[in-house]
Design a protein around this ligand. Structure first.
Ligand code: ATP
Ligand code: MG
Length: 634
């Protein structure tokens, strides 16, 4: 009797997936064989799957009676339950304890780490929870970046969720550049955002700029003024700030509607650059006036304390509209109106905007415009890596980091250069889904999705870091042919051999006279002598042999250590750049880019720029220039 509910659900998921993929037919033998691989990881202990076959048969025959659509529905339902379970487990990440070797190990590793990857592997399709009030074919979402910096993985989270929801409901995705601050925006950034989305495979059905709609936004401002929901305020910024904190209303609130309209029109007109004055003149005062929303100065929600709707920005030309306008809407005003005019049904944004929801709805209510549903999700952050333009841009501006595609940065360009695949980012985002949970996901989750995608497409090559020279007696091999991948056919490479090879210093320091080792794809060796004391075996440039060994044939022996090597007659000098976290807590990590130097097989230097490969026992890398690769991850 199968008592484990999760296991029953897993059987059902396997069977339903099989039916969905194969013409509504469930192949019992496929279900049984897949179930077999899960049975070892049953929470309730292993048990022999053969005992369960009759029950698997019953489950399958019950499912067979369902229509195709019912099967699909049940599949989605069970899958989202399964995803919830996985997310739950990710959140309560396994308790860790320090092992005696100082390495962290998972206390309940068996339970959480064996079952999860298996399920993740078999049931890759993470699904987003249903949206309220979503009608098939009518859902419109939007991704609204400000073109004031390069897109990063946080933007990828927002854009992928926006797109996946549009897809889920056969709807539409809009890319809207929220470009209402000419001081910060540049064409370079619009282009970088588009390039980043193209790379991710995010395909909006419509691309627009908020700056296209300035005149419309002025019109809506006039409407608000006419219904007395907005007023022109000419108080000094410090006064406005102080009053907001103290909930004090200023005299400007009592301007008449007529005056407000007049002042606003002056702001629109007077800020036309052809005007001579630098400030707006009215009420006898010459100040930079703002248009404010008539909210509630004593509201507990500070976002409602008569927020700014328009402000004058005179310096600098706007990248799209040049010097045509100087009166610019704030995000608070532009976002709800743009969303509403664009017909957005579900507007998703990060949680820090939550306090502004009241204002968003209030503006639309007072304008009588349709209201999208606002949905919040958590901001993506990683430990030690700032996922925010506000934090990344200064690093570039201050020259601490030279390029936007620096592999230490979480910019899409940086991740791309490091070797992270767009598909891995999409899977990672979908695995986080649209939760509000504040926990910082580990970057290792992204890496594990990436690894799974890279493994079958990356040739496996040898690199020895800090090489140590090793001479092998009686090695009468002139060359070996090595498979470029053990299981996928990627061809073979021929490596010329002499009796001199190099091994990595990391391996050399562990070797003792008398040890037997296997040099992968070459032969077994026995260590005859070592010329330098332990801990001092860095000998890359030495022409002397530091370790002497004898050839011990080719017989496979699983008990001896296997190490990679590079042949003297095939070596090229090679560097690997290893990006590390930018910060330790709040402190900038001065050692956030490490270079590993060593020898690689010459085959590596034949790979075109941008190729991805794996250095065996070292990690995945991406070719950055002829003699340098960037370390992607282990
Ligand atoms: P930054 O801190 O990078 O300046 P921002 O919110 O000002 O962020 P926008 O260009 O306005 O950047 O963001 C566009 C969209 O991307 C918004 O919906 C925003 O909520 C979302 N977004 C930005 N950063 C993140 C992040 N780290 N995680 C998830 N979503 C993000
Ligand atoms: Mg912003």
């Amino acid at each position: 009797m199968i008592t484990d509910e999760k296991f029953v659900n897993t059987i059902k998921l396997i069977a339903l997936k099989n039916a969905i993929e194969f013409d509504n037919k469930i192949k019992l033998d496929v279900v049984i064989s897949k179930a077999f691989s899960f049975s070892r990881f049953l929470d309730s202990g292993s048990g022999n799957i053969k005992n369960y076959i009759p029950e698997i048969k019953t489950i399958v025959s019950e499912l067979e009676t369902l229509s195709f659509d019912d099967k699909k529905n049940l599949y989605s339902k069970l899958l989202s339950k399964e995803n919830d379970y996985l997310r739950e487990n990710d959140r309560d990440s396994p308790k860790r304890e320090q092992s005696h070797k100082g390495k962290y190990i998972d206390k309940d590793k068996k339970k959480s780490t064996l079952r999860e990857p298996l399920i993740k592997e078999h049931l890759l399709d993470f699904q987003l929870p249903d949206l309220d009030d979503a009608v098939m074919g009518n859902v419109i979402t939007r991704f609204p970046p400000e073109p004031n910096g390069y897109p990063h993985i946080g933007h990828a989270k927002a854009a992928v969720i926006d797109e996946e929801y549009a897809k889920k409901y056969n709807g539409k995705l809009i890319l809207r550049y929220d470009d209402t601050n000419p001081l910060k925006e540049k064409i370079e950034y619009y282009d970088a955002i588009k390039a980043g989305l193209d790379w991710l495979g995010v395909k909006p059905q419509l691309i627009k700029n908020t700056s296209d709609d300035i005149e419309k936004l002025y019109e809506y401002a006039r409407k608000l003024i006419q219904s007395n929901f907005a007023y022109v305020c000419s108080c000094a910024p410090e006064v406005i700030k102080k009053n907001r904190i103290k909930s004090i209303t200023c005299d400007c609130v009592s301007n008449s509607i007529k005056d407000n309209l007049k002042f606003f029109n002056e702001m629109v007109k007077g800020n036309n650059r052809s005007g001579s004055s630098n400030d707006v003149k009215f009420n006898g005062a010459a100040r930079s006036a703002i248009l404010r929303y008539r909210g509630n100065m004593s509201s507990l929600n500070t976002a409602m304390r008569d927020p700014t709707l328009f402000r004058i920005i005179r310096d600098g030309d706007h990248p799209k509209v040049g010097s045509k306008y100087s009166l610019w809407p704030t995000y608070d005003f532009a976002a709800p109106i743009e969303d509403s005019l664009d017909g957005v049904t579900h507007a998703m944004r990060t949680k820090e905007y939550e306090l502004r929801n009241e204002l968003y709805y209030s503006i639309l209510d007072n304008l009588g415009l349709p209201k999208p549903r606002l949905i919040e999700f958590s901001r993506l952050e990683f430990e030690g890596i700032p996922v925010s333009k506000r934090k990344i841009t200064p690093l570039i501006e201050q020259g601490i980091i030279q390029r936007w595609d620096d592999p230490r940065l979480p910019t899409l360009m940086g991740l791309r250069r490091r070797g992270i695949l767009p598909e891995a980012i999409r899977k990672f985002v979908m695995s986080l889904s649209i939760t509000l949970s504040e926990t910082k996901p580990s970057i290792e989750i992204l890496e594990s999705f990436n690894r799974k995608l890279l493994d079958p497409i990356s040739p496996r090559l040898f690199f020895v870091k800090n090489p140590v020279r090793l001479c092998i007696e009686s090695l009468d091999v002139k060359a070996v042919e090595i498979k470029n991948h053990p299981t996928v056919d990627m061809g073979r490479r021929k490596v010329p051999i002499e009796n001199i090879i190099y091994i990595s210093n990391d391996d050399a320091i562990r070797i003792k006279t008398g040890d037997t080792l296997r040099l992968m794809d070459l032969c077994n060796i026995e260590i005859l002598s070592i010329e330098i004391a332990e801990g001092e075996r860095i000998g890359g440039n030495s022409t002397d042999c530091i370790i002497h060994a004898s050839n011990k044939g080719d017989e496979m022996n699983h008990k001896i250590p296997k190490i990679q090597w590079v042949s003297e007659s095939d070596k090229v000098e090679y560097n690997v750049l290893k990006p590390l976290p930018l910060y330790n807590g709040d402190i900038y990590n001065e050692n956030n880019l490490v270079t590993d130097k060593g020898y690689a097989e010459s085959f590596v230097s034949t790979l075109p720029l941008g190729s991805q490969f794996q250095f065996v026992r070292y990690g995945f890398c991406k070719v950055d220039d002829k003699s340098t690769a960037i370390f992607t991850h282990k």
